[in-house]
Design a binder for this molecule. Sequence first.
Ligand SMILES: C=CC1=C(C)c2cc3[nH]c(cc4nc(cc5[nH]c(cc1n2)c(C)c5CCC(=O)O)C(CCC(=O)O)=C4C)c(C)c3C=C
Ligand SMILES: [Fe+2]
Ligand SMILES: [Fe+2]
Length: 381
Amino acid sequence: MNESIRTPGSHETTLAPDAPYGSARPSSGRADAGLRPASSPRPTDHPPVRNGRIGVLIVNLGTPDATDADSVRKYLKEFLSDRRVIEETGLIWKLVLNGIILRTRPAQKGRDYEKIWNTEKNESPLKTITRSQSDLLAAALAGVYDRLVVDWAMRYGNPSIESRLAALQAEGCDRILLVPLYPQYAAATTATVCDEAFRALMRMRWQPTLRVAHPWYDDPVYIDALARSIEDELAKLTFVPEVIIASFHGIPKEYFDKGDPYYCHCAKTHRLLRARLGMDEDRFRLTFQSRFGRAEWLQPYTDMTVKGLAESGVKSLAIVTPGFTSDCLETLEEIAGENAEIFHHAGGERFAAIPCLNDSAPGMEVIRTVVERELKGWVGG
Ligand SMILES: C=CC1=C(C)c2cc3[nH]c(cc4nc(cc5[nH]c(cc1n2)c(C)c5CCC(=O)O)C(CCC(=O)O)=C4C)c(C)c3C=C
Ligand SMILES: [Fe+2]
Ligand SMILES: [Fe+2]
């Protein structure tokens, strides 16, 4: 198991059938005894199966194992071959993916990952933070519930969802709460975590019962945690930003047109957070970042907004990224790096990127609230 696991020790039970399978004592008294042909084989007991524990698996998007082009290519190939992410599956897309994207992007992105890499642990910040969230969640719940095992996985790359579900099952978890770490639902993020988990279950004889956490885009605990963290971070700055942008990862506009609720979830988070911070729409903006490919994505785009604000005379700007549960390439490199540069080039003077909730106390309060709510009926009274 990962380091984060709390092992409840003696609480597991080892399940064996109440009587040897196929026991054919002539008058066993069992209701089905008469149904078994006299000549039926008599296998021995099935192997002991541990059960009775409850698993919590938190899952984030994924990240390459290293910054070299081959590692990034492997990660991007898995990611961009997911039909929940790129719905286009035609020959032209396959040619573009294999002939252009996977030839050029891995080296480029590898250099970007190098800028933010956690050299001490030799892994990306997304991995470091997700592991820490799992460890802290396990510690917070340790004294409250027995029989609980907390673990973490990545949708793409390692540790895989399949490997951690198998590990939880081997630990005796016959009920598992899956927590895709996305406050706002999108098919490209939340649904693909569920797809992957259920694909793993397809290969299991005795499937654990699975629950999936509901997205928490409008949860008062989440909105309050964001607001408190933004207020604290703003108080640390040497300037008061004229404008604050709430930048969410985008999706293609076509996915929204087809019914994905992601835009609505982001818009609601933004509206509630703006109200909680007491700011008007000019001061606290909603934008979408990380556009990929040439199709239209959700608008307004973050980079164009940042440039436009600087060009129109805004000198100080802060960007928050409430859709990311932890800092990653998209916040540390794209926002704190690229967008800071765009702002300064266009005439801006003071720029701040506000950290994500990460494994901070308010951030952990959000994850813990979501988990405890979803565990109701499985634990406690
Ligand atoms: C937070 C929600 C996210 C949504 C929605 C999302 C949609 C989405 N992403 C891509 C393409 C890429 N995203 C990449 C990185 C990345 N994306 C998210 C989150 C969401 N993506 C995170 C947390 C990360 C960072 C991972 C890390 O290691 O730090 C990348 C990889 C980097 C790159 O090559 O630019 C791609 C590609 C699409 C196409 C999409 C919606 C359809
Ligand atoms: Fe993404
Ligand atoms: Fe809607």
